[in-house]
Design a protein. Structure first.
Length: 702
């Protein structure tokens, strides 16, 4: 109440202050007999004092604070670091780029998981080989409506590495640029461009953003320097990128009339600064943005400022088998975080401490050395590859992906540090585009699942400086899980349902998924101690129908059940509120009834009380012949067609994108053909329309 009162009073003070100054501008002063001036009101009356003593106090306080903030507050190193890390160039004009840097190639990236950004960096680096100067840029940080100004730079080119995300959407950082392209009629004549799209063929809208960018820039008059490249993450995205790049640069040379200088592109982008006597309070310990943000948590929470949510529940869901499926509850009380059923929760995991230490031992470095990696190009927006100053241990634990198979450019750049000529040659070969090199990389790195530690262990002569390794490894990404709860029922917690990834690779090593293994260990201890997880919520389009009376058909085998736990809880809540709730049908699938029937008790209870009007379960391995969810769909084809075609039912599919989602889709085509009498083409068209109307939604992962 105090806070509201002071706020209100501040507002009144501000208004009065404005009135006060407006009065001064039009005041009538009269000379009093004692020589003092007296302010008169318009009517010539002596006015009421405009500012009371409380107003004057608040006004002075605000003015004092502002003066202190702008003039006297000492800028500490910490402030400078924070400033460089925060997105300082939001809406940055092209002016700087055009007139103050001598670059002529700008590679914009629409990146969600960091791959498009990584490819953009590689292209920007390549530009040196052709006597051009490149830079990678985040479209979110530029005023992209000035794109046409690029033509002011002679022989310039904009390249776009655009990832497609979700249901054909642009990535978060490319959304504004995408909206601009849709709405603008700017003339891009004279702007040279090329696009490489990053997508996945298992998804319906393969590379939609890359395709749109390429088409739209040409429509607006831009000059396409080279054909659109379409990378497919379902096969080998990097291979697609390299193949495209190999034809792209010769086309660029021909277009601009330049030649390759033959200069090696293996150049350092960052220099190492070792901080020997730094105050450890200024060293990042895993924060994503603001230093010490984990000690003093301040909302709003997002990807740059995650909330440290205590893990209040961590229980094993399966009764048998050798897998570990888990239900985790994150406490979001007091965080002001809001979510809706169907949203995703992102968590920032930490790499396995044993693997981190082994990298340090193998390279013979003290991992607790405080360092910074500083961009050698001072004009570049990206000052550091990850928050700096930090220690090698923090970088390898929180900021770098050490668990995945390194990409070819990492092998190429590291090869110089292999003292054995044979090892060096093999590394170079694997990085090359030769058929022999491709085959070697496929078998030795990809199929054998060698991460950076395995590579260092299996190539004993390879001794890279750790700072160069840290520069080359990609950033460790947040992991997204479909939220398995409804905020109507659980406003203070977010539930996760996930399976722990662990298996033995071809080389006999145990592969452990970073995030799920890290989450598995976050158990509530007997003394009540709760581990915390840095997290934030990402909004999705996966939503229950606006009208609760619409029937819903949910298909989610395995951990694909996750969002449907939220949906079912929400339908139960709607029922409790007296709403007319339509049919709620679930198709769930698991291996064995006695092993991995996830949430069995809860689901059977929902069925008993009539929230779930139908619970269909495909136990795939309880009989000789496999039974999957799509087989059960086909069994109930008449009922389903009626619900879809006549009763406005909404269909939801969650889980594996590669096989399950496609097979379920096919089952629906068959239902439309067999019961609805449609031809195959008509059936495809029918479900396409349902998707556009938001009546067939997928939350699928590959
Ligand atoms: P799982 O236990 O391996 O599989 C669940 C059931 O689906 C099993 O009975 C399996 O049968 C069956 N199945 C296999 N192929 C199928 C197909 N083509 N069509 C229909 N059913 C099929 O599943 P999981 O380990 O939980 O993984 C499910 C997927 O959901 C994963 O890709 C995961 O990434 C994803 N997902 C996870 C979340 C999350 O928040 N954790 C959210 C959404 C999606 P058999 O094994 O006997 O063949």
């Amino acid at each position: 109440i105090m806070y509201v009162k002071v706020f209100k009073q501040s507002h009144v003070t501000l208004m009065k202050t404005i009135c006060f100054f407006r009065h001064i501008c039009s005041l009538n002063y009269v000379k009093m007999e004692d020589g003092e001036s007296q302010l008169l009101s318009d009517e010539g009356q002596t006015p009421e004092p405009l500012l009371g003593s409380l107003d004057i106090f608040i006004f002075s306080l605000i003015a004092g604070l502002l003066i202190y903030w702008f003039l006297f507050r000492k800028k500490t190193d910490k402030d400078i670091i924070i400033q460089t890390l925060s997105i300082s160039n939001k809406g940055c004009s092209f002016e700087l780029f055009i007139h103050q840097s001598n670059r002529n190639v700008v590679v914009f990236y629409g990146s969600q998981t960091g791959t498009a950004e990584e490819f953009a960096n590689r292209l920007a680096k390549d530009a040196h080989r052709y006597g051009m100067k490149g830079m990678a840029a985040d479209p979110e940080e530029y005023d992209m409506s000035e794109l046409s100004r690029l033509k002011e730079i002679p022989n310039s080119m904009a390249v776009f590495c655009m990832a497609t995300y979700g249901e054909g959407d642009p990535t978060d950082n490319a959304q504004e640029f995408y909206d601009w392209m849709q709405g603008t009629d700017d003339d891009l004549e004279g702007v040279n461009f090329a696009v490489f799209g990053l997508g996945n063929k298992t998804y319906e809208h393969f590379n939609a953003t890359g395709k749109y960018t390429d088409k739209r820039l040409a429509e607006l008059g831009g000059k396409r320097v080279f054909d659109l490249g379409l990378g497919d993450d379902d096969s080998n995205l990097e291979e697609d990128f390299i193949s495209w790049k190999e034809q792209f640069w010769p086309a660029v040379c021909e277009f601009f009339g330049v030649e390759a200088t033959g200069e090696d592109s293996s150049i350092r982008q960052f220099e190492l600064v070792v901080h020997n006597d730094i105050n450890m309070n200024q060293v990042y310990t895993g924060e994503m943005g603001r230093l010490k943000s984990f000690q003093t948590q301040k909302p709003p929470f997002d990807s740059k400022n995650p909330f440290l949510a205590p893990v209040s529940v961590n229980r094993k869901l399966n009764k048998g088998g050798n897998r570990h499926l888990m239900h985790i509850e994150l406490d979001i009380m007091d965080s002001k975080i809001r979510y809706d059923a169907g949203d995703h929760v992102a968590v920032y995991p930490i790499n396995d401490a044993v693997v981190v230490s082994r990298i340090g031992e193998r390279l013979g470095v003290d991992l607790d050395t405080a360092i910074s990696l500083k961009n050698l190009d001072e004009e570049c927006n990206k000052k550091h590859p990850f928050p700096c100053p930090t220690t090698y241990r923090t970088a390898l634990s929180h900021y770098l992906d050490i668990n995945n198979k390194p990409r070819k450019n990492v092998l190429y750049d590291l090869a110089q540090y292999a003292s054995d000529p044979q090892e060096q040659e093999n590394m170079r070969k694997m990085a090359s585009a030769s058929p022999e090199g491709k085959a070697l990389y496929q078998s030795w790195v990809l199929d054998s699942e060698r991460n950076i530690l395995a590579i260092l262990e299996d190539l004993p002569s390879l001794n890279p400086p750790i700072d160069h390794l840290c520069e080359l490894l990609p950033r460790l990404q947040a992991r997204y899980y479909s939220i398995a709860s409804s905020s109507k029922v659980h406003p203070n917690s977010i539930h996760i349902c996930a399976v722990v990834i662990e298996y033995t690779t071809e080389t006999g090593r145990v592969y452990k998924g970073v995030a799920t293994n890290w989450l598995k260990n976050k158990e509530v201890t007997e003394n009540g101690h709760k581990h915390t997880v840095p997290m934030y919520v990402r909004r999705s389009q996966f939503r229950l129908p606006f009208k609760p009376s619409n029937p819903v058909i949910m298909i989610g085998p395995g951990t694909g059940i996750a969002p449907f736990m939220g949906f079912i809880q929400e339908r139960a809540w709607q029922k409790e509120q007296g709403k007319d709730v339509g049919e709620t049908i679930l198709y769930f699938g698991c291996r064995h009834k006695n092993e991995d029937f996830l949430y069995q008790q809860e689901l059977e209870e929902f069925e008993r009380v009539g929230v779930l009007t139908q619970l269909n379960i495909a136990f795939s391995r309880d009989q000789e012949r496999k039974i999957y969810v799509q087989h059960l769909l086909k069994k109930n084809k008449e009922q389903l067609w009626k619900l879809i075609h006549s009763n406005n039912a909404h269909i939801y599919v969650c889980g594996d994108a590669r096989n399950m989602a496609r097979d379920v889709h096919t089952a629906f085509y068959e239902i439309a053909e067999e019961v609805g009498g449609l031809t195959h083409t008509q059936a495809v068209d029918y479900f396409k329309k349902l998707m556009t109307k938001g009546r067939y939604s997928q939350d699928v992962w590959s």
